[in-house]
Design a protein around this ligand. Sequence first.
Ligand code: FAD
Ligand code: NA7
Length: 538
Amino acid sequence: MIQGRTVGFILKCVSFTLKYLTCQHVIENVCVRDFKQHGDLQKLLGEGSKAYDYDLIVIGGGSGGLACSKEAAALGKKVMVLDYVVPTPKGTTWGLGGTCVNVGCIPKKLMHQTALLGTAMEDARKFGWEFTDQVTHNWETMRTAVNNYIGSLNWGYRVSLRDKNVNYVNAYAEFVEPHKIKATNKRGKEMFYTAAKFVLATGERPRYLGIPGDKEYCITSDDLFSLPYCPGKTLVVGASYVALECGGFLAGLGLDVTVMVRSILLRGFDQDMANRAGDCMETHGVKFLRKFVPTKIEQLEAGTPGRLKVTAKSTESDAIFEGEYNTVLIAVGRDACTGKIGLDKAGVKVNAKNGKIPVNDEEQTSVPHIYAIGDILEGKWELTPVAIQAGKLLARRLFAGASLKCDYVNVPTTVFTPMEYGSCGYPEEKAVELYGQENLEIYHSLFWPLEFTVPGRDNNRCYAKIICNKLDNERVIGFHYLGPNAGEVTQGFGAAMKCGITKDQLDNTIGIHPTCAEIFTTMEVTKSSDGDITQSGC
Ligand code: FAD
Ligand code: NA7
């Protein structure tokens, strides 16, 4: 009897608890949805919870920040995004959208295209086009056209934020407390906002050399794309992809360009491919000054452009180099914008060596309510589509119960050097290190694009290579392509690699003729065989 009563009592308790929980759940689901948007939820829930101005504040309105904030707002959240561009030492500044749109991918590709058109015009004569006037290039016309297009993109971003109910504030944000930021606008006015969650997407800015004259007289990629005058004879310092791409298109416009290389080209990329891309640059008129670093920049004459004297020292001997240039473009890497955003006040851990933010596989920092995406992440790709994908998926996980994480493996990318280089998966060196030479089969071939045959240029300079894992059915773990339209070619093979394509499946794929990409369906010569890879025609 007593036992029966006890059981009955327990059942009542369980039932009451369940009803209470269900009720709570309903309140949460209905009210949370309705009230969170107005920022009043926490107030209504009363004791124990805090009232925040926003569900989410995103710091940085670039590729990652815009994608994340728009997605979160589309999911019904109250979202603010802050974007602020600190002017370069030369005073250059730009609009909403971050690096890619304003001082990265977009102007870079358009200026690369400008250079390609120059080459195409030379080819055109061989195809019978006749033009009598001497062909010259006008920097101001190109710059204005490119910057007008960028302006239209800036405007488009503002409109789409407004349409999606994201509150955009043009102010510099820094944490003052773990859930509170200070936003300072360009007139110095300070505002304070709180949020339940934060996403850091502050990107990177070009690094300077720290030598006399660098900030006074040199420019970086942040200045180049809107430079009001033609840079003239240019020294590019640095040898990674920003340096080679900029040096490449400047030479393509007909300028005298030298690239000063400290050690190797394209660190982190497949070195065989990097050197081939460099050789093609030399063919296209770029000079390389290898194993030198600048020590001093002096102004010989002011002007637009002026004249600068560069002193450099060898990294291998006591040799000193002195040269005169109109412009010195520094492209020696980029620093994460994490040093002045109050991360110590929020308790977010940063890698002190490089300013990058370590995150777990859900882009969560050491502070659970603070996330980070894009270029500031430690050990991740610095690419626009990666930042966008990470931002979008993060918003869905945070606010729509999704579980899909950003996949940072097999990300395709392209370096837009005069001969473009596209890759996906491992560089050869990395594959050898991870799998061992004996477990790899590398297929490769030179090729001559049909379009180059009539003009008679770049014969046997284009090159294709795939790295296959013998232990896994010759699955392709590295894809490398040096040739025209590398981005277009690599994108498709990137999808194939996501699906785990093997050498057999490539062989069974029927090529599209006559194209460059078809080379990947007919590769027979292995690197280990040392066989002839030159091609006489298509
Ligand atoms: P960003 O786009 O840099 O955006 C960060 C934003 O936050 C900026 O607007 C910044 O001003 C702002 N900000 C910083 N601190 C604060 C603060 N405290 N408060 C408010 N706002 C702040 N990628 C490609 O995929 N393809 C390419 O071809 C390519 N070419 C490139 C060429 C160049 C010359 C460069 C420099 C980069 C290139 N990239 C390319 C890389 C690409 O631009 C970046 O990977 C991408 O922009 C990263 O996005 P993000 O959101 O991390 O940062
Ligand atoms: P990276 O990829 O960091 O490369 C920096 C380059 O600059 C690299 O070639 C370095 O040579 C060189 N470097 C660095 N410091 C110096 C000094 N002091 N003197 C001369 N040369 C130097 O930078 P990027 O700007 O090209 O690209 C950064 C990211 O931005 C990229 O991933 C894109 O996504 C966009 P090293 O090989 O170290 O000798």
